[in-house]
Write a protein that binds this ligand. Structure first.
Ligand SMILES: NC(=O)c1ccc[n+]([C@@H]2O[C@H](COP(=O)([O-])OP(=O)(O)OC[C@H]3O[C@@H](n4cnc5c(N)ncnc54)[C@H](OP(=O)(O)O)[C@@H]3O)[C@@H](O)[C@H]2O)c1
Length: 289
């Protein structure tokens, strides 16, 4: 499964009204630029930009000089976000069969992409029923509307519950040098055990955002490793995730072409085990037991 995605996935959360407000031609340019860098996989969710980014991306994709079959398009469903487009009384999750199917069909229509390479349940719901999910997944797969199915932000037991009735290809989780819990709470072990590919959202974490003792220590190690590997800091941070044996695929959020270009080359950096642990210890602030 993991081989079908680019080594780094381009996250589209910030392309629209939540941050960058790109117009169609800017999105078209970024799609073409990403693909020219070998970054052929794009991560969406229906909610991005308050349910607007997928449609904007679809218009841009229609104009882009790229072939659909060379791309991998990911989307997610299930968050009923309270906003102008959907004035719910409360933010909640919805995973009945009809809604899952309708969401996938709407994302495909908005994205103008014919099918989704991967469709994820965005967040676990206490009310989700594995048989209702399976009915939707089977229908969508049989109709060729989704190639693969997965989850996002699911614990191992939540994953097991859905896996009783549906094959899970991917779990997209928060995971980075500054968000270490998946390495120790069984999440990544569970995915390796069950042949599930991990995708890491916010893979850069707080490395550049926070000025804390932890990030200060991380930067001290990064300064040394950048010299040693002739790489940039963000490349080392991504290479650190990719060094894990579960085959983590980072979903990067940057929309800057230069940063996408360096991210595209991060997989070429093979961090030694000792350097992996130097960064872990710098993040944690204590040595391993
Ligand atoms: N499944 C889920 O629940 C879920 C949740 C959140 C996000 N996601 C997905 O994950 C994607 C990535 O999330 P994210 O945006 O949090 O990821 P990220 O790649 O960890 O963070 C990107 C941030 O780091 C900054 N950055 C990167 N390199 C830098 C550098 N060298 N120096 C300074 N700043 C640097 C970027 O700034 P610039 O933009 O200025 O480069 C951007 O603000 C989203 O687009 C979305 O597709 C999924």
């Amino acid at each position: 499964m993991k081989n079908s995605f680019s080594s780094v996935i381009v996250g589209c959360m910030d392309w629209g009204s939540w941050r960058r407000n790109f117009d169609t031609s800017e999105m078209t340019e970024l799609i073409e630029e990403s693909v020219s860098l070998g970054l052929t996989s794009f991560d969406h969710a229906d909610i991005y930009g308050d349910y607007t980014v997928e449609e904007q991306f679809g218009k841009a994709l229609d104009k882009a000089n790229v072939s659909r079959q060379d791309l991998q398009i990911i989307s997610k469903c299930g968050i009923q976000y309270s906003c102008e487009a959907r004035p719910h009384s409360v933010k909640h999750y919805q995973y009945d069969t009809a809604y899952i199917i309708e969401s996938a069909e709407r994302s495909i229509a908005h994205l103008q992409c014919d099918y989704l390479d991967l469709f994820l349940l965005h967040r676990p719901s206490p009310l989700m029923r594995p048989e209702a999910v399976a009915e939707a997944v089977n229908t969508l797969k049989a109709q060729g509307k989704i190639k693969a199915f997965g989850v996002s932000n699911f614990t191992p037991s939540q994953t097991d519950l859905i896996a009783t009735q549906s094959q899970i290809a991917v779990n997209q989780i928060q995971c980075s040098l500054t968000h270490l819990s998946p390495f120790f709470d069984g999440s990544l072990d569970h995915m390796m055990t069950h042949g599930i590919s991990p995708m890491a959202w916010s893979p850069i974490g707080k490395v550049f955002k926070d000025k804390s003792e932890s990030t200060y220590r991380i930067h001290a190690v990064l300064n040394k490793l950048c010299e040693e590997y002739q790489a940039t800091k963000d490349q080392i941070v991504l290479a650190w995730l990719m060094a894990h044996p579960s085959g983590i695929i980072p979903v990067v959020g940057t929309t800057q072409k230069e940063r996408l270009a360096t991210a595209a080359k991060a997989a070429e950096i093979k961090l030694s085990e000792i350097h992996w642990f130097e960064l872990l210890v710098a993040s944690q602030g204590h040595k391993v037991p």
